[in-house]
Design a protein around this ligand. Structure first.
Ligand code: SF4
Ligand code: SF3
Length: 542
């Protein structure tokens, strides 16, 4: 069969070769491959500049992180925008390259440039399969995907004024290293773990950015119903975009609802003060076709995950930041700039209110500060045997039927277990009535996927309280669902913290070659999932 493209970066496929299961067309796949390549070349230049003592400005760092973010699964499908970005990256790289004192040591990607007419030809020669050795390819892609996740989190932190130049320097050094043919497999494995260490740093930076700007999340009940006024639905992960939208909708008669990964925003004190911040609408990203149609008003995608829109709501779908869909209106605005959401507000005023999908409410807001405030209660429940185990079920949701495993698993868990969650994976069980243990809910939602950092902090605190030498001696099991590259950086971060025996599903990443997968099994005890019954027996005994 003829191959038009090759991408295997997400959970949904073992390799898309004709068109992406996500809707990515071959032309867009090629431009993303080329964008990754030229961004690696630019990173080799900036890494050399730093080595020569020439500082790299924050704008260049932001440029690199946004480039990677543009290539994350379900973020940007806009071919013309991606082509322009490749061109602009080449132009910027040329300026930086001219400052390098010794360019002879730089890889081909750092020197390459060419007119747009040759982009497709070049892309075909620099994609994933251009690395011949499958183990080296696997390690390079593991690192690259982890860096994409790290770049996304860094971009959100930067949007709130938090910078970490060391983190940017690492990100660019690691990107450049994936071009280095001299690196051994051992060195690439070490780099993957170092990427995980910086994953912890990046998530900590974003946590600091979010809590400094908006306060610490608090236990919050979020309405699932709808009001009587027109609304705007906000999806994705960017809290700064949400803040600007909330500010601009005050006094307009337009309500704001969260969707998917925006749900945890309701727990931040700074957002709770807005009277038109109504509630959460719908579920995880993959159900958006039906939900966006029913919403009836404008929808703002601040990041991934976009599903190819139906014509019925395409003229109500807006993108901003790294998100893009051809033909949908894009709200511009760089880091530090005020975005103008007036087109959405004007359109919302012409729309009917959302159709109700469900009633009731959800509870969120169990990030580290809130959970540690309840630490005495939680520790006492563990000590008297009321809580036997915590089950970390963070990560992503997705449309694969096999993911019903996570609903069944949550339902079948023993009553003396508590689920710790973060990310859109939670939608598989956060509307079940799983009850509480002495007032502690059995599902503790720490927030977005990046708030998996909270789960790590909670584990470290419990280790300290129980006086344990090893994180793995805690009564915690890890049964994580993954889908896209943000989950890759979360996984690498957990590995770098020494967490062992993580179960990853619904399938192991296709980009792990058999030998690299075996290495992760042998070193970290990584495993897939089985049936609910098998896994309950494995985690809790027969
Ligand atoms: Fe296929 Fe996933 Fe790549 Fe989309 S992101 S093209 S579904 S592997
Ligand atoms: Fe979900 Fe896309 Fe990964 Fe932030 S919104 S977790 S899949």
């Amino acid at each position: 069969m003829e191959s038009n493209m090759f991408c295997y970066q997400c959970q949904e496929t073992a390799g898309c070769t004709r068109v992406g299961v996500c809707g990515k067309q071959p032309e867009v796949a090629a431009l993303q491959d080329l964008l990754v390549y030229v961004t690696k070349g630019m990173s080799a230049v900036t890494t050399q500049l730093r080595a020569e003592g020439t500082p790299v400005d924050p704008e260049t760092n932001h440029w690199v992180t946004l480039n990677l973010f543009l290539t994350i699964t379900n973020a940007n499908f806009d071919g013309p925008a991606l082509r322009a970005r490749v061109q602009d990256t080449l132009d910027r790289k040329a300026v930086l390259l001219a400052q390098v004192q010794d360019p002879s040591c730089l890889p081909e990607a750092a020197h390459w440039t060419g007119p747009q007419a040759v982009f497709a030809d070049k892309a075909a020669r620099v994609g994933v399969l251009s690395t011949q050795d499958e183990d080296v390819r696997s390690l390079r892609e593991l690192i690259t995907y982890g860096l994409k996740g790290l770049a996304a989190y860094t971009k959100h932190a930067n949007a709130l004024g938090q910078e970490d130049p060391d983190l940017d320097a690492f990100l660019q050094r690691a990107l450049a290293a994936t071009l280095d043919h001299r690196l051994t497999q051992e060195e690439l494995v070490a780099l993957a773990l170092e990427t995980g260490q910086y994953g912890v740093t990046g998530m900590a930076l974003l946590d600091r950015a979010n809590t400094t700007a908006y306060g610490h999340p608090e236990i919050t009940k979020v309405s699932l119903g709808v009001g009587t006024r027109p609304g705007i639905l906000v999806s994705g992960h960017d809290l700064r975009d949400l803040e600007m939208l909330l500010e601009q909708t005050q006094g307009t008669g337009v309500d704001v609802y969260t969707h998917s990964e925006m749900l945890p925003a309701h727990a931040y004190p700074a957002f709770r003060k807005y009277p038109n911040f109504i509630g959460n609408y719908g579920n995880a990203w993959w159900q958006q076709k039906e939900e966006f149609e029913a919403f009836q008003g404008p929808i703002l995608m601040t990041t991934n995950c976009i599903v190819p829109p139906k014509d019925s709501y395409k003229d109500r779908l807006y993108t901003t930041g790294a998100a893009g869909w051809p033909g949908c209106r894009h709200i511009p605005g760089d880091i530090g700039q005020e975005k103008d959401f007036s087109p959405l507000i004007a359109q919302a005023k012409t729309c009917p209110p959302p159709k109700a999908l469900e009633q009731g409410e959800l509870v969120t807001g169990f990030a580290h500060h809130q959970v540690l405030a309840l630490a005495d209660q939680i520790v006492a429940a563990v000590q008297r045997g009321a809580i036997r185990k915590f089950v970390v079920m963070a990560g992503c949701d997705g449309r694969a039927k096999r993911r019903s495993y996570y609903t069944d698993f949550a339902k079948a868990l023993p009553q003396d277990t508590v689920i710790l969650t973060a990310g859109c994976a939670k939608y598989k069980y956060n509307k079940l009535d799983l009850g509480d243990i002495g007032g502690i809910p059995r599902v503790l939602d720490a927030g977005q996927c990046n708030d998996s950092y909270s789960l790590a902090l909670i584990a470290l605190k419990l280790k300290e309280v129980f006086g344990l030498a090893d994180l793995n001696d805690l009564p915690i099991v890890y049964n994580i669902a993954w889908y896209e590259q943000k989950a890759v950086i979360v996984l690498l971060a957990l590995l770098s913290l020494g967490v062992k025996n993580i179960h990853l599903g619904p399938t192991l990443p296709a980009f792990l070659s058999p030998r690299v997968a075996q290495l992760l099994v042998d070193t970290f005890g990584i495993a897939g999932i089985g049936t609910v019954e098998e896994d309950l027996a494995r985690f809790f005994g027969a």
